[in-house]
Design a protein around this ligand. Structure first.
Ligand code: TRP
Length: 431
């Protein structure tokens, strides 16, 4: 039975609204509860710096989005739930990916291109007001995704290009340095609605047309009262197509309830009454979460603790993985075997190799394995990695009798096997 790993992030620049709830928070919580799924959800606060220069706002938004996710039922025991900036391995990976990403690819990213097009239309310099952060944004996002070997990335359609770029980065890296990354795919759920805002355009902070997810009932009533409708009078049949009110209702109601409102539209329900129906339905969904949200928001220390615990779990994967990646690109100890310089596949496949590692007892070990990964030699523990490295060097120089007492016996391996492996390594190094 295979496990599918889902990963998604929300940029921490604003207060979550109904559109975020319907489009991202609710479906991500639902996905995390399905069997055979492992979820990684995070607060994309490094991303927030790209579009927000207000520190207090970033902090507040991080708190609000975390509280919203938790109030909506995210279980941090089951989901790896963390804050991006608590994982220093992510900016580190960003650099490794930067070096395998074509600049031309980034030139074509939608968000960057939109800024360039706007500048060009206004006859300004193409890059006017564009930070390198905006330009590099797809690489940071690639690092988010590839770090945790996500298979599926649930996002809105506007993000598909970024997932494809992450896939390309993974493929380029794998091609150059060996198979390290999983190639991710966007997961677009057609049942997840893009919610219209008060003015009928997509609900979005940038249009200032949002309904905050955790408004009080009174605020909710006031905002719903402001949803744009046409001027049809009570008793006149109304159109559901293009009705923001209807679409928002549909995102919160069951299919039967939605049919009932469709009939009411045809029968000429007054806009005021339709808004009342919407208010009741939305409030029915939000009200049970509201108390939990308030409790969370008023206890930032608890959320902080939850996020730090999540980061610890995330880093238990990220720390060894970045070590592996650093070594793969050549950022590695000078005493580590250099025979496998670049994965010139033929040479690598035919050679035995030394592996150095640290055990739970805190000591440093090495082993010698043959080309088929069969164990040939196993060291005892050394206090420092340097000692293990020197032992390997001596072994190569003087043969393995020089290390008597520092080698643990390996069943079924005869001395001649070890000698042959050492000779193969020496010959390869001499070439
Ligand atoms: N860029 C995404 C957005 O604006 C947020 C995000 C950052 C993200 N890193 C991610 C989403 C990684 C999915 C996976 O919506």
């Amino acid at each position: 039975m295979s496990i599918t790993r889902f990963l998604t992030g929300i940029t921490t620049t604003g207060t979550p609204h109904l559109g975020n709830f319907v489009g991202s928070i609710r479906p991500s919580v639902a996905a995390s509860l399905t069997p055979n799924v492992q979820s990684f959800y995070f607060l994309a606060d490094y991303h927030a710096l790209i579009k927000c220069e207000d520190p207090a706002r970033i902090q507040r938004s991080t708190l609000e989005i975390a509280a919203s996710w938790l109030a909506a039922g995210l279980n941090p025991e089951k989901v790896t739930f963390y804050r991006q900036s608590d994982i220093p391995e992510i900016p580190e990976l960003t650099w490794l990916l930067t070096c395998v990403t074509g600049k031309g690819v980034l030139n074509r990213a939608h968000a960057y291109k939109a800024s360039v097009d706007k500048n060009t239309a206004a006859e300004r310099d193409a890059d006017d007001g564009v930070t390198a952060g905006l330009f590099m944004y797809p690489v940071l996002m690639g690092a988010d995704i590839l770090m945790f070997k996500a298979h599926k990335v649930p996002v809105g359609r506007d993000q598909i290009q970024h997932i494809e770029m992450a896939r390309d980065m993974a493929a380029s890296f794998n091609h150059l340095y060996g198979e390290h990354f999983v190639l991710p795919e966007a997961a677009i759920d057609d049942h997840v609605a893009t919610l219209p805002g008060l003015d009928g355009r997509k609900m979005s902070k940038s249009y200032d047309n949002t309904i905050p997810l955790f408004s009080s009932r009174d605020q909710l009533k006031k905002l719903i009262g402001g949803i744009l409708t046409d001027s049809r009078a009570p008793g006149e049949a109304k159109e559901v197509d293009g009705s923001a009110l209807f679409q928002i209702y549909q995102a919160f109601a069951t299919p039967d309830e939605t049919d009932a409102l469709r009939k009411a539209y045809a029968n000429g329900i007054a806009w005021g009454d339709a808004k009342q129906v919407l208010l009741e339905r939305v409030d029915q969904v939000i009200a049970p979460m509201r108390a939990e949200y308030e409790a969370l928001i008023n206890n930032p220390a608890r959320i902080e603790q939850t996020l730090l615990a999540g980061a610890e779990r995330a880093r238990a994967l990220a720390t060894p993985f970045i070590r592996e990646l650093r070594s793969a690109v050549g950022l590695r100890s000078l005493v580590q075997g250099t025979a496998t310089a670049k994965p010139v596949k033929v040479a690598k496949a035919a050679l035995p190799s030394f592996k150095q590692y640290r055990e739970a007892d805190g000591k440093f070990y090495f082993k010698l394995v043959d080309a088929d990964a069969r164990l040939l030699l196993q060291s005892t523990g050394f206090d420092a990695p340097k000692d293990a490295g020197q032992a390997i060097a001596r072994l190569q120089r003087e043969g393995f009798s020089a290390l008597a007492g520092q080698l643990a016996p390996v069943d079924g391996v005869v001395d001649a096997d070890v000698a042959a492996a050492l000779k193969a390594l020496a010959d390869a190094a001499a070439q």
